[in-house]
Design a binder for this molecule. Structure first.
Ligand SMILES: C[S@@+](CC[C@H](N)C(=O)[O-])C[C@H]1O[C@@H](n2cnc3c(N)ncnc32)[C@H](O)[C@@H]1O
Length: 237
């Protein structure tokens, strides 16, 4: 199991933590390679995708691997499963990239138990601002307005992206605590079929993809924080 374009191993990044025995939902599973391996390693998986073709590929992968778990055909923006069903909701360049975060992040929050983990890889805002939306090619210049980031149309596909502050406000509104923002840097000389060598070099200088790791606030009461009075307020007592 490897994250992102550079396939950085999960055993190295430990994004999902201890997953054996956990209830896990993969959003936008494609051929479900992640879900199959997680299932083989003891996770209780549910894999979701809105494409019947991708789910048929997932079923074939599952049969080959000799594992079985529920496949759900639905959009990640509106998941037909009960609240509090999962310990982990995640995807690697899955549905989060292609869905409106103002819908998908609240869905993830609804589906998770208190203390549950939401983790996903996605392109970085840097990429969204430097990738020419007509040609797909990366530029060393900022081409678009940072504050306009939301729905981005490329030839043949729509992606979603937010400014960093917006992501953080959205997570906080949904009772998520940001645990990590991992910026994935390729090793020198790495190749990928998704990018030209010059673009891999781009990604050596600026983060092209990131992993957000956020946790739904737990059931345990928050630690009592002693409110500090401002020096002026303290003097006026
Ligand atoms: C780039 S593929 C990645 C698949 C998988 N994560 C992998 O690593 O192989 C993105 C997947 O997200 C799915 N997807 C896109 N929009 C979706 C949505 N609104 N709801 C559910 N799945 C969606 C696509 O059908 C596709 O299978």
């Amino acid at each position: 199991m490897g994250w992102g374009m550079w396939h950085i191993p999960e055993r190295e990044l430990r994004v999902l933590g201890d997953f054996a025995g956990k209830d896990i939902l993969e959003l936008g599973c494609g051929a479900a390679r992640w879900s199959v391996e997680l299932s083989q390693r003891g996770a209780r998986m549910v894999a979701l995708d809105f494409s019947a073709t991708r789910l048929a590929q997932a079923r074939a992968e599952m049969d080959r691997a000799g594992v079985d778990f529920p496949l759900v055909k639905a959009s990640a923006e509106s998941v037909p499963l009960p609240p509090g069903r999962f310990d982990i909701v995640f995807c690697d360049w899955g549905a989060v990239t292609f869905t409106d975060p103002y819908r998908t992040v609240p869905e993830a929050a609804r589906l998770l138990r208190p203390g549950g983990l939401f983790a996903f890889s996605n392109s970085s805002p840097f990429r969204s601002l430097c990738q020419n939306r007509r040609t797909d090619r990366m530029s060393p210049r900022l081409l678009y307005d940072y504050y306009d980031l939301h729905r981005i149309e490329y030839p043949g596909e729509v992606n979603f992206q937010l400014p960093y502050g917006e992501w953080i406000r959205l997570f906080r509104e949904q009772s998520f605590i940001v645990e990590d923002l991992i910026e994935l840097r390729p090793q020198p000389g790495v190749r990928t079929t998704y990018l030209r060598p010059k673009e891999v070099e781009w990604a050596r200088h600026w983060p092209l993809e990131v992993i957000w790791r956020v946790r739904k606030a737990g059931a345990t009461p928050a630690r009592k924080v002693r409110r500090l009075r401002s020096p002026a307020a303290a003097r006026s007592r």
